[in-house]
Design a protein around this ligand. Structure first.
Ligand code: HEC
Ligand code: HEC
Ligand code: HEC
Ligand code: HEC
Length: 165
């Protein structure tokens, strides 16, 4: 083997190993989370049949119902990495089990939907039990997205019943 070929195969081995370790790390980190909560995101359309009123009013009035559009129109000026930072607030469940991944894979979660406030709905749509959702919402449930920095910048505080239905 030439010196070059050796270093190339060494590099391939390193990449192979780190990819494998990465995979192991990924499953060790993420499996317990999956196991601990079987709740996953189902998307706002899954709520329509039982909550027609809230669904209609959300779709008609809430800016969240088209929050993906807001980031899409700004995509041109952003790198892919910068664009992905928008997903945390403008989509449903990004970075969480069963949450938004991409428009292709999870089109039903591309906007910030019912579940950004009420929590993942998979158990509730089966059980119809309110206790399978987040109960007693408070301003704390809004702060991950409507954070202090943003509230100060826009000089606006979310009202607890605002932006819902
Ligand atoms: C198959 C029917 C069904 C589906 C689908 C469904 N729900 Fe419900 N939901 C119910 C029922 C029944 C109740 C209990 C109503 C009651 O006790 O007054 C309820 C209660 C709730 C409550 C609590 C109301 C309260 O008074 O505390 C919320 C919030 C809620 N649902 C949100 C959702 C969301 C968000 C979705 C979609 C992810 C959803 N529901 C999908 C049937 C459904
Ligand atoms: C996952 C992130 C997220 C969470 C959690 C969240 N919001 Fe929002 N909210 C948004 C985004 C994003 C917008 C702007 C959508 C757009 O215009 O593109 C928004 C818009 C709003 C608006 C503007 C008016 C309108 O019609 O939509 C209000 C009011 C609001 N949210 C209230 C709340 C309240 C109250 C809570 C907590 C109970 C909450 N939000 C939780 C992301 C979130
Ligand atoms: C930490 C949460 C968060 C992140 C991250 C975030 N946004 Fe937002 N965005 C909001 C909230 C909340 C609003 C609602 C308006 C407000 O806060 O005044 C909003 C509003 C907007 C609006 C105004 C929509 C309207 O109807 O006026 C645009 C455009 C927007 N965001 C684009 C982006 C882009 C592009 C990114 C990524 C580079 C991004 N946002 C990242 C939370 C976020
Ligand atoms: C911005 C946050 C937010 C979003 C988004 C949201 N809700 Fe709610 N929802 C609330 C709040 C706050 C209440 C009041 C009850 C509470 O404090 O838990 C509520 C109450 C409800 C109730 C109980 C009846 C009532 O009106 O009090 C139902 C049913 C419900 N939501 C369904 C939905 C459905 C279905 C969607 C999506 C189409 C949705 N919600 C989106 C915040 C939200």
């Amino acid at each position: 083997m030439t010196e070059n070929a050796k270093s190339i195969s060494y590099l391939t081995l390193c990449y192979g190993l780190s990819a494998m370790l990465g995979l192991v790390g990924f499953s060790l980190q993420n499996l317990p989370v999956w196991a601990a909560s079987e709740k996953t995101y189902v998307g706002s359309d899954s709520c329509q049949e039982c909550h027609e009123f809230e669904y209609k009013s959300f779709k008609t009035y809430a800016k969240k119902a088209h929050s993906y559009k807001s980031i899409e129109i700004m995509k041109k000026g952003l790198t892919e990495a910068e664009f992905r930072t928008c997903f945390e607030c403008h989509t449903t469940g990004f970075g969480q089990p069963g949450g938004f991944q991409s428009v292709q894979d999870t089109p039903h979660l591309k906007n910030a939907g019912c579940e950004v406030c009420h929590g993942p709905g998979s158990l509730h749509i089966e059980s119809e039990d309110p206790s399978d959702l987040k109960e007693d919402l408070t301003a704390k449930d809004c702060e991950s997205c409507h954070n202090a920095e943003r509230v100060a910048a826009f000089d606006y505080r979310p009202l607890i019943h605002g932006g819902a239905h």
